[in-house]
Each structure stands twice: as structure tokens, then as C-alpha cells.
Design a protein around this ligand. Sequence first.
Ligand code: 26Q
Length: 817
Amino acid sequence: MTEITAPKSPVTVAEFTEGIREQLKYGQGVTPEQATPADVYVASSLVVRHYLQDAWFKTQQDMVNGNTKAVGYFSAEFLIGKQLRNALLNAGMLDQFDAAVEGLGFDPQDVVDSEYEPALGNGGLGRLAACYVDSLASLGVPAFGYGIQYRYGIFRQEFDDQGRQVERPEYWLANEEPWGHVDYNRSQKVSFGGEVVEEDGKKVWKPAWSVRAVPVDYMVPGYKSGRVDTLRLWSARSYDEFDLLTFNKSEYLDAVKPKVEAENISKILYPEDSTPQGKRLRLEQQYFFTAASIQDVIRVFYPGQSDPDLTTLPDKITFQLNDTHPVIGIPELMRVLIDEYGYDWNTAWDITTKTFNYTCHTLLPEALEVWPADLIGELLPRHLEIINEINDHFLEELKGKTRDKDKIERMRIVTNEENPKVRMAYLATAGGSHVNGVAELHSQLLKDVTLRDFSDLYPDKFSNVTNGVTPRRFIRLANPRLSALITEGLGTDKWLSDLDLLQGLEPLAKDDEFVKKFAAVKQANKEDFAAYAKREFGFDLDPNTMFNSMIKRLHEYKRQSLKILALIAKYADIKSGKVSVDDVLPRTVIFGAKSAPGYYLAKMTIQLINNVARVVNNDPDIKGKLHVYYPWNYNVRLAQHLIPATELDEQISQAGKEASGTGNMKFALNGALTVGTLDGANVEIRERVGAENFFLFGMTVDEVDALYAQGYHPAVYYERDPRLKAAIDMVADGTFSNGDRNTYAPLVADWLTKDWFMTLADFTAYCDIQSDIEALYRDPLEWNRKALLNVARTGYFSSDRAIQDYLDNIWHTGPLA
Ligand code: 26Q
């Protein structure tokens, strides 16, 4: 890892205070006495931006003038979380901020709490993108994150009086937002529709309409690197503010219609995180941000040049495609090179394939994006021609590589059927240099299953980069107590930019005094979380119970059902007297999850969890031994509060379905033990922390495959394990629906007849491992020793390491000199 030198503290408390006063006066127009915490938040943020400005300029200048290849990370989602504290930390101004704000009579916590979280992502993929730009900047690598500034982020989740999810619009821009700098003077034109005509033997696209893509720039300050990268999120604006012709006919509403339609493009983030539907607006979004970004790259790297030598593009920047969402960028770059700059096909293809790389984040076949060719043709007629031509060239190339005609047929980018479809994952694989999965198991399955034909013929394209998470936000900011203890244990805080140093904690796991300090940190974090949950949700958590969390999107494959069924089984055992309540280990189970609005079974699972919580929490027979809480609207902020307080973390997806997971990494790094299957990055976490420090259960990928092949009959498991039968019967008999047997009937029917992700088959193993978990928990010293070893041994899961892997194996670039 490159040596990172700490910059001198750039600002004094007096300067920070003066900066806030100035901003309050000239920006907010209030005196410090009139100011609210929200005013101070805006003012402080602008002060931080002000102090980062020079480093930002310098990073951009060095990027353009130097000869270090930059990285363009293309992602439809950047789930960045709150900015202020993170920027303060990375810029080395945390203490000055606290002192300045206190000096002005404000509580720093109130000030940072005033920030509204930008929720511009669904989950793992979007948060990963945010961790990656943080690491790029921290490693000093010149980089752009390119995406969309959605007006409405992922919906705000509420629960109705029946415990059902209700989606509310998340208008995160309702208040002043000091981080995004809207740069009207660097806007780009993005066009759609129309037709392709031939002029002088050349194809010319005559689009029907255009939108103006306005960049909104977010600074991405590196941690102690002195570098500030850029997250450029595009916002769609109309060129036709006012259609005069229509207006003269006094059809006022029609006059603003083009404006409304254009601006719709960046209006809302689609809340589906799998099973994408071929929605026109979604394709418009994808093209909108990739096209704007490609033009922007040419503007930045070839300033003022009317005839740039774009054969040098792959030396200037490398593009990483975060899943298939930006893959339309491949034919777009081809179009720009051929139609706008006059390159021949082969030269353009050479430039394009050298510039793009693709990361796949899924294995679920239904999650692979496929677009109807018709739709592409309507919106982007020239791109459809180019895609067809790519397909033709590709099929030719394949003929030189294999005689297996079936294989060639299977590999078509554009399917051969009445209504042809474009397979975006195939286009990405053919149109780039590297394809990677996000954990070892996932990358292996990509090669063996999902993209098998491709890996047969292009084995060198495939690699793995196991995901990582940023220790700045998810340890230092989220868990200041643990951070202080780590620094005490290691005698340095260098671990924040070199997380492998956590290994130095290993010997301290033998030191009972240190383990007790570690346990005290966890206990204090639990008390903090209990207070937070009381304040924010009105919950009464008992910090003297085990805190057991499951936070992630609600999805059948992730198997929240397994968790809730096991809990119901426990409840049923107590109710029936099989288990004496006095022998039950006190546990608080905390769920956090949003469901896609149209995902019927997932939404029913949410309703079930909420009603199990209602019944169990209020049942005097349970004597407070079991509690279930479901804080609504799980987001980055809640994660930052809950993860440090969690003792047991659930990673219980069906083997072979969770590509990686990143929550698993955040929990291990914060000293939770994991109960999990051999899936995604769990495999690597377990390898590193040691089998004895991880609660493994459930079928393996091979066992899952074998069971599918043999024919899976979930009812067999229902009959076989009386605990499972009791739990499902309890759901069916109306215990959690005020006696109504219909409420959960579809869920029960699915479990007993389909159960596609084999929840029932893994139920017994899952229940059985609970006794190991509880036995260990009854020995706090041993529990905490293992938890500490989890921290000591998971430094590998830093996003700095992941980015270093990308730099070494995929991007072949590094920090600015
Ligand atoms: C696509 C088309 C149309 C509408 C929506 C989408 C869409 C949006 C988001 C599809 C997928 C997503 C998000 C996927 C995601 O978050 N995947 C997760 O990525 C993580 C980072 O690699 C992994 O750790 C998780 O295992 C994986 O589920």
C-alpha cells in the first residue's frame, strides 16, 4: 500500500468558527443567535467545502495534466449517506468542527443530525459504489463517480396499523443541500428517439428530442490523502422551458409538458433491486447518465480540442460498469467514435473494449437485464443498429473460436426470435476487457454457470474482486468507542488507512482485560442504540439482552422467513410449555428491510414480522425474554447506529444466491458474530476468522443443486420437524392476524408447496445451531474473545483492499504522483 502522509491540520478552531459566522451571515442571512442547527449544518458544510476546494482543483488538474490513468465508476446508484461528518473526518477537521460549533452554542450532534440523508440507492450495490469512491480518493487515485441525482431517492418506508409497508416519496432535496454543486455551465445534451438516415453514405441519427444533463458535483475527500475526487451526478432539465406556440393557444398545461417529461428522467430511483422490468423510463435513465458522462470525459480530458485523438482514451481513463445498468454506454461510445469523430469500426471497437470493464452483482437469472430490441430501437435507433452490428461481428469472432454451433447460438447478444432481446450482461462481457464477480464463490459461479460459455472462450477476461467496505464510515464514524479501543490496542490509528493492521489485535484476544474492555464498548453501544431506538421509534430495547440483527433488502432468497419462523418456533415452544421461559436466553431481534413496492410475498413477510413483534412483545408469558423490533425506513444512518450495537448478525441466504453481501463485513468489523450459510463473502469471512468463530449452518451450493435436481418437496420438512410444523401452523391459524386465517394464507401456501429458496429444508439446521450460539453467549468472555478475533481478522474486507485489487488486476493504474 502506498504511504499516505497526513496533511497538516488545514484549519484552526478560530478559522472554522469565523467561517461559520461568515456563512451564516452572507449565506443563510441569520445571526448566530437566530440560527437553528440546520443553519449551522449548512454553514459548516460550506466551510468544509471551502477548505477542500484547493485540493479538489489540484486533483482535477493533476488528473488531466499528469499521465496517471483515471477511473470512471459508472453506477446508477450511489448510496452515499450523510456527508458532513464523513467530510470532516477525511479532511481532518472533526475536532475543529466540534469545538467551533460548541463555541457558538450548538450541540455538534444536533448539527450533523440536521443533514437529510441522500438515499440514492437500493442497497448493497449503491453503497458499494459509495465505499469505492471513498477508497479511490483515500488511495489518491484520480477518479470520477458518474451517476444520477434522482430527485426522489429510495422511498421512505412506513408501516400502517396492520404492519404493512407503505411507500412515501423521499423528497430529500426539500431543504437546502450544501454538498451538490450544480454546474449549469458544464451541461451536456442527451438526445432520444427519431430516426437514422443515410447522408453521403454515412449513417446520421436525427433524434426527436433532447434533454439537458446538468452535472451536480459532490466532493469525495480522501482520508488523509490530500486528494479530493468527484462524484458527478446528472440532473435532467428541459431545453424547452416554454413552448410558445402552444402557449399562444392558451393551452397552458400543454406548454409545460415537454419540461415535465424531460425532467422526469432523473425524477425517481427505481425501487426494484432484482427482477428488473423493461421499463422505458429506466432505459432513458441509463442512457441519460452514461451518454452525458462519456461526453463529459471527452470534454475533461481533451479540453478545447475539436479533433481529439481518441485512440488515447484507454490511457486516460478506464470505465467500470457497476452491473449492467450503464452497459448502454458501450454502444454509445461506439456511436460517438464512429458517427461524431469519424473512426472506423475496428478502431472504435478497439478503443471501446479497452476502456470498459464490467462487474456483475447477481446470480439470479431473473435479475440479468434484458431489453426488448424494439424499445431500444424506438428510443435509440442508432444504438440498436450498432448493437446488431456488434452482435454480428461477435458471432463471426466466435466462429473462429469454436465449432460448437449451439454454443454460438447461446452466446448471441441479440436473441434470434420474433421479438428479439438484447442481453446486457453479454453485451458487457463482449464489449469490455474484464468481467468480475464480487466474492470468490460468486465469481466461480459466474464462470461455471451464468457466463459459462463466455468463460470457456475468454477465460482471461474473468476475475474476482471480493467486495469491501470503508473503515472510515463504518468503523471510525459509526463506532467511535471501538475505534478508540483499536487505536489503544495497536498504539496507532494508521489502521484507518491500512486495515490489515487490525491483525495486531490478535494477541490481545488472549488478554482478558482487553477483552473486557471490548465487551464494555459493545455494552455501551447497545445502550446508545437503545436510547436512539427510543428517541426515533419509541421502542423500549433492553440492553441486557442479546442484540441480534438482520438488516438487508427484503427478498425471498435472503430468507427473512427463516429467521421469523425460527423465532415463532421458539415462541410456540414457550407457549406450549415444551420450553420453560426461565431457561430462555433473553434476545432482542431487530429487523431492518425495505421491499420492492410490487413484491407481494416480500411485503407479506414484512407484515408478518410486524405482527409477530406485536404479539410476542406483548405476551406476558414470555416475561420479556424475546423481543422483536422492526424500525422502519432502514437506511445508512440506521445501519451506522445498529451495526456497532449488534452481537449476532444474520447472513442466512440460500447458498449460491447472495453474490457477496457487504453488511456481513460491516458486522464482523464491528465485533458481531455471524450466523450464516456458505454463501457470498460469508465463505471468505469464515475462512479468515476461523470456523470456530463463525456459526455455520445449512446446505451448500452443491447440496442445493442436488436437491433441486432430485425434486424439492417442502411439505416433507414441515412434517418432519415438529418445531417447523408448530411455527407454520401458528402463522396459518391466525395467531398473528387476530384470528384471521386468510391473512397469511398465500405465504403459508408458498412455503408448503414452492419454497423456491428452500427455507424449510434449512430450518432444522438453523434451529439446531441456536443452542451453540446461546451456549457461547452465556459465557461473555468467550463470546467477546471470538468477536474480537472477528475484528482482528477481517481487515481484508476494507474497500481500500478491494480498490487495490481493481487497480492491480483490472484498471492497471494507481495514485497520482
Ligand atoms: C435494474 C433494472 C431496473 C430496475 C432496477 C434494477 C436494479 C437496481 C438495483 C437491479 C439491481 C439492483 C441492486 C442490486 C444489488 O444491490 N446487489 C447486491 O450487490 C452487492 C454489492 O456487490 C452484493 O454484496 C449483494 O450480494 C448483491 O445482492
